[in-house]
Design a protein around this ligand. Structure first.
Ligand SMILES: CC(=O)/C=C/C=C(C)/C=C/C1=C(C)CCCC1(C)C
Ligand SMILES: CC(/C=C/C=O)=C\C=C\C=O
Ligand SMILES: [Fe+2]
Length: 551
C-alpha cells in the first residue's frame, strides 16, 4: 500500500523546502502558499502553490460569527508565516503538532459525529520569536478513497459504508473481522516516538501512520512487525524516549493484552494479559495510565458491542453498549513481570482520557496503592452524543454539556476487593467541564501537581475554557474568550526547567469571528503571552505533541 503524497504536493515541498527547521536554516521564514478558499463543502484536490508573500492579517480573516470549529477545513494544505501578537519566548524552539478530525464533508454528504472526520494535521513551528503555521490532510487510504469516490468507503467511528447490493451480510462480517473494512483514518493522536518518528494514531491498529513533522507529508503506514495481531488498540499509547506501551482489547475472549515496544523498533512484545471481570466484552479503552512500575488497565461498563459494530446506522452509543450491572474495575499489572498485582471493583465511570497515575508508598518505601486520575464524565454516557456535530453546531444558549470532573481512583495493593473514585477537586473550579488534558511529561507515572485541560464556562455545549488544575491546592486557573473553542492545552517545558509548571501551554483556538490562532499561555500564571494568527479559521482538533528542534 502506498501512502505517499501526490506529485503536485511534492513539487510544492521541493520548491519551498520543509517547514520550520529547514526554512530557518535558509535564513528566515517565508510564506510558501497563500491561504486559498476551497470549493464549498467538498473533499478537494490540493491547491496549486500560491505566491510567496507574508501572511496578511485580514480584518476579515474569518467570517463573522461562524462556528469555524465545527466546519470542515477549506483547503487540502497551507503553510505560511503567522502574525504574532505579544512576545513568544525565545526558548520556544520547535514544532507544535496537532491532529484531529478536520474534514467532515464529502461533497453533499456530511458526517454526523466529531470523531468521524478525516485527519487534519496543524503545525506551528516556533523559532526566534517567530511562528510558521501549516496544515495538511493525512493521506490515509480511507481519506484517499473518500476523495476519489465522494463517499465513505471504510468503517469510521460512527459511519459505515453503504453496502452495495453485492455485499452480503457474510461479506460484511468477514470484512469487519479481518479488518479490511476498518478505517485507517488516523485522526486522534500524534506522538513523537523515542527514535524521532512521528506517529499519528486512532483506535484501529491499521490507522497508525508515520508523518513528517516539517512537511506534514504522510510518510508511510506504521507496520507492527510482530504476531500480536489485534484490529483495535488504545488510541493513546504511553510513549517515552525509550519505550511505547499499548493496550489491545480482545473481543473474542474478553480481556486486554498489554504490550510494549522499544524505541526504534516496530515489534510490540507481549507483556501480559488481563481477563475482563464483567460483561460480554472489554470496556472501551481510549487511553490508560502507567506508573513507574505498573500498567493500569481500566475496565469501564461502556463496552465494545459486537452487534453495534455490525449496524449500518449509528446507535445512541455507537459501537459501544452500557452494561451498568457488569461492574467497573481497575486492574494493575507489573511492568517487569506481566503479573497482576491488583484487580479492584470501583464505582461506575466514563472516561476517554486518563491524566496520569503514580504510586503511593508507606514509610518503608513499600507501594501501598496506586493513584490514577482521569477526565471523568460522571458515569454518564451522554457525553458521546454531546459530540454529535449537529449538537456542536446548534448552540442555543442552553447548558447542555454533560458534567465532568477530575476522577481520582485509589487502587489499594493490599488485596482489598474495592477501590475508590472521587473528584480530586470541586468540579465547580473548572465549570464542571473536563477533558483533553496534558501534564509535564517529566512527571509521567510519578507524583504530580498540575494538569492542563479544557474546562467549561456555563452555559455551553462543549468545553470552552482552558484550565490549569492544581491538584494539591485543589484550585483551578481558567482562560476564557467569549465564543471561542480552544483545543487541548499542551504543556511544553522550558529547557532546563526545575519547577513542574515552568513552561508554556499551547492551544489552537477556533475563535468566534471565524478566525483561528495558536495561543501561548505562561503555564505558571496561565495568562496569555502571545498568539500567532492563522489567516483563516481552524476546525477543532484533538491531541498534540511537541517536536523540539534539536531532536
Ligand atoms: C477520534 C477519536 O477520539 C476516536 C476515534 C475512534 C475510532 C475511529 C474508532 C473506530 C472503531 C471502528 C472503526 C470499529 C471498531 C470499533 C472502534 C474502535 C470504535
Ligand atoms: C473531544 C473529546 C474526546 C476526544 C477523544 O480523543 C472529549 C470531549 C469531552 C467533552 O467534555
Ligand atoms: Fe483522545
Amino acid at each position: 500500500m502506498s501512502l505517499t503524497m501526490s506529485s503536485s504536493l511534492c513539487t510544492v515541498v521541493a520548491l519551498y523546502g520543509g517547514a520550520g527547521r529547514r526554512a530557518s536554516q535558509q535564513g528566515g521564514y517565508k510564506q510558501r502558499a497563500a491561504a486559498q478558499p476551497l470549493a464549498a463543502g467538498g473533499v478537494t484536490e490540493a491547491p496549486p502553490p500560491g505566491p510567496v508573500v507574508s501572511a496578511p492579517r485580514h480584518p476579515d480573516r474569518g467570517g463573522a460569527d461562524e462556528l469555524v470549529a465545527w466546519k470542515s477545513i477549506r483547503q487540502e494544505r497551507w503553510e505560511g508565516l503567522l502574525e504574532v501578537e505579544g512576545k513568544l519566548p525565545l526558548w520556544l524552539d520547535g514544532t507544535y503538532l496537532r491532529n484531529g478530525p478536520g474534514l467532515w464533508d464529502l461533497g453533499e454528504y456530511g458526517f454526523r459525529h466529531l470523531f468521524d472526520g478525516y485527519a487534519t494535521l496543524v503545525r506551528v513551528s516556533f523559532r526566534d520569536g517567530q511562528a510558521v503555521g501549516a496544515h495538511r490532510q493525512i493521506e490515509s487510504e480511507a481519506y484517499k478513497a473518500a476523495r476519489e469516490h465522494g463517499k465513505v468507503c471504510y468503517r469510521e467511528f460512527s459511519e459505515v459504508p453503504k453496502p452495495d447490493s453485492f455485499t452480503s451480510l457474510i461479506g460484511q462480517i468477514t470484512s469487519l473481522f479481518t479488518g479490511s473494512s476498518l478505517t485507517d483514518n488516523s485522526n486522534t493522536g500524534v506522538v513523537r516516538l523515542g527514535d524521532g518518528r512521528v506517529l499519528c494514531l486512532t483506535e484501529t491498529v491499521k490507522g497508525s501512520i508515520v508523518v513528517d513533522p516539517d512537511t506534514l507529508d504522510t510518510v508511510s503506514k506504521f507496520e507492527y512487525d510482530d504476531k500480536l495481531g489485534g484490529l483495535i488498540h488504545s488510541a493513546h499509547p504511553i510513549v517515552t524516549d525509550t519505550e511505547f506501551w499499548t493496550l489491545i482489547p480482545d473481543l473474542i475472549r474478553p480481556g486486554y493484552v498489554v504490550a510494549r515496544m522499544d524505541a526504534g523498533s516496530n515489534e510490540r512484545q507481549f507483556v501480559g494479559r488481563v481477563d475482563c471481570r464483567g460483561g460480554p466484552a472489554p470496556g472501551w479503552v481510549h487511553s490508560f495510565p502507567v506508573t513507574e512500575n505498573y500498567v493500569v488497565v481500566p475496565e469501564m461498563p461502556l463496552r465494545y458491542c459486537a452487534a453495534n459494530l455490525l449496524r449500518a446506522e449509528p446507535t445512541p452509543l455507537y459501537k459501544f453498549q452500557w452494561y451498568p450491572d457488569s461492574g467497573s474495575y481497575m486492574h494493575v499489572m507489573c511492568k517487569a513481570s506481566g503479573k497482576m498485582v491488583a484487580s479492584v471493583e470501583v464505582p461506575p465511570f466514563v472516561t476517554f482520557h486518563f491524566i496520569n497515575a503514580y504510586e503511593e508508598k508507606d514509610e518503608e518505601g513499600r507501594v501501598t496503592s496506586i493513584i490514577a486520575d482521569c477526565c471523568e464524565h460522571n458515569a454518564n454516557t451522554s457525553i458521546l452524543d454531546d459530540l454529535r456535530l449537529h449538537n456542536l453546531r446548534s448552540f442555543s444558549g442552553e447548558d447542555v454539556l454533560t458534567d465532568a470532573r477530575v476522577g481520582r481512583f485509589r487502587i489499594p495493593l493490599d488485596g482489598s476487593p474495592f477501590g475508590e473514585l472521587e473528584a480530586a477537586l470541586d468540579p465547580e473550579e473548572h465549570g464542571r467541564g473536563m477533558d483533553m488534558c496534558s501534564i509535564n511529561p517529566a512527571h509521567l507515572g510519578k507524583e504530580y501537581r498540575y494538569t492542563y485541560a479544557c474546562g467549561a464556562r456555563r452555559p455551553c455545549n462543549f468545553p470552552n475554557t482552558l484550565t490549569k488544575i492544581d491538584l494539591v491546592e485543589k484550585t483551578a486557573k481558567n482562560w476564557y474568550e467569549e465564543g471561542a473553542v480552544p483545543s487541548e492545552p499542551y504543556f511544553v517545558p522550558r529547557p532546563g526547567a526545575v519547577e513542574e509548571d515552568d513552561g508554556v501551554a499551547i492551544s489552537m483556538v477556533s475563535a468566534k469571528d471565524g478566525s483561528g490562532y495558536a495561543l501561548v499561555l505562561d503555564a505558571k500564571t496561565f495568562k496569555e503571552i502571545a498568539r500567532a494568527n492563522f489567516p483563516y479559521g481552524l476546525p477543532y482538533g484533538l491531541h498534540c505533541c511537541w517536536v523540539p528542534r534539536d531532536k
